[in-house]
Write a protein that binds this ligand. Structure first.
Ligand code: ADP
Length: 355
């Protein structure tokens, strides 16, 4: 649980401008970053500004409104995520524990040569657990989890992206240990510069400057994790900074079995071991998210055979059967093409980290 560090953030923010105070005392809703329109209600003039000495010195130069945005939309309270909740991916999990988690928990031992990387890239098909890994790292390292989709920097916070990047890193420094998870990092650190918007270029430059300035001392504990489905879009500057580059592949058969078993554990079903094996074989090529969708679709099978949903007793809903899965497979297909997989393997052989 990262509750502890989150509380300290609140106390940190509590000493900021009154606007930020109001926001932090409001009830917290989990907020997605996508598709939300920001409406700024007009604020009455503030009668008293907090004395400069009340504000954490590292955040003094940051616009309190940006800090409020970061607190409300970018810092995420992560429920405890454990390694065992992530099926398969043994290689990635072991590597991450060694090079990221231990150094964050024991910065006194992991100094100098053993110093942790500042940047980690998780690449691979969509829906394979990259975001889960990011959350797990933050949860296990008891770190503050900053999560933002790179495309929202240019699209959602038009005109503010550059300042937001600066504020984000300032907060990450003030609230260490910190994990900054950037989804779709390819859209921020793309190699395509032709016709690139001036604004995007400025955000990218600011990001690189901030990245290089972050964690300059051994005592700093800030990790930037980039996730992407399109690693081939990343430029050389991005690859140089995201020194550890881990391929997060599709789940193999045992991993798919684990996902199905975990999802079915809380459901009534009559699936034998042979049935489980059938499901695993027929889902070759499915991502973790596809398997998840398949199980959800199959779980609706028993409901669809009910004539009057309002009257049926909950314990009268029949168990999930193999034919529910067979039907669901006609609806939920593998979302990743073999051609795409070849691209990942190729990029992994050129730029991926083996350990
Ligand atoms: P990504 O960030 O790689 O696109 P996510 O981490 O958001 O994918 O995964 C999407 C969903 O798919 C998860 O919430 C989970 O339900 C399921 N999932 C994907 N990979 C795994 C995995 N390795 N183990 C368990 N569940 C998984």
């Amino acid at each position: 649980d990262v509750g502890e560090s989150f509380d300290s953030i609140e106390s940190l923010m509590g000493r900021l401008a009154p606007a930020a105070k109001t926001a932090s005392s409001a009830p917290k809703k989990p907020v997605g970053l996508s598709k939300r329109v920001r409406v700024e209600p007009p604020k009455p003039p503030e009668p008293t500004e907090p004395a400069d000495s009340d504000v954490d010195p590292r955040l003094r130069s940051i616009d309190p409104k940006l800090l409020e945005t970061i607190q409300n939309e970018i810092i995420h309270r992560v429920d405890t995520v454990t390694w065992s909740q992530i099926a398969g991916l043994e290689h990635a999990k072991t590597t991450i524990k060694e090079i990221v988690i231990w150094p964050m928990l024991r910065p006194d031992i992991f100094v100098g040569l053993r110093g942790p990387p500042k940047g980690l890239l998780l690449f691979g098909p969509p829906g394979t657990g990259k975001t889960m890994i990011g959350k797990c790292i933050a949860s296990q390292a008891k770190a503050t989890f900053f999560s933002i989709s790179a495309s929202s920097l240019t699209s959602k916070w038009v005109g503010e992206g550059e300042k937001l990047v600066r504020a984000l890193f300032a907060c990450a420094r003030a609230m260490q240990p910190s994990v900054i998870f950037i989804d779709e990092i390819d859209s921020l650190l793309t190699q395509r510069t032709d016709g690139e918007f001036e604004a995007s270029r400025r955000i990218k430059t600011e990001f690189l400057v901030q990245f290089d300035g972050a964690a300059t001392s051994d005592a700093d504990r800030i990790l930037v994790i980039g996730a992407t489905n399109r690693p081939q879009e990343l430029d050389e500057a991005a690859r140089r900074r995201l020194v550890k580059r881990l391929y997060i592949p599709l789940p193999d058969a045992p991993a798919r079995l684990t996902i199905v078993q975990t999802l079915l554990a809380s459901q009534r079903h009559e699936l034998s071991n042979e049935h489980m094996e059938e499901i695993c074989t027929k889902t070759d090529g499915y991502s973790g998210a596809d398997v998840d969708n398949l199980c959800r679709e199959a779980a609706l099978g028993p409901i669809r055979s009910i004539e009057n949903i309002m009257e049926v007793a909950a314990d009268q809903v029949r168990s999930i059967l193999i034919h529910d899965f067979r039907d669901a497979m006609t609806q939920v297909r593998a979302s990743v093409s073999t051609a795409d997989l070849d691209l990942y393997l190729d990029w992994n052989s050129k730029f991926g980290s083996l350990s």
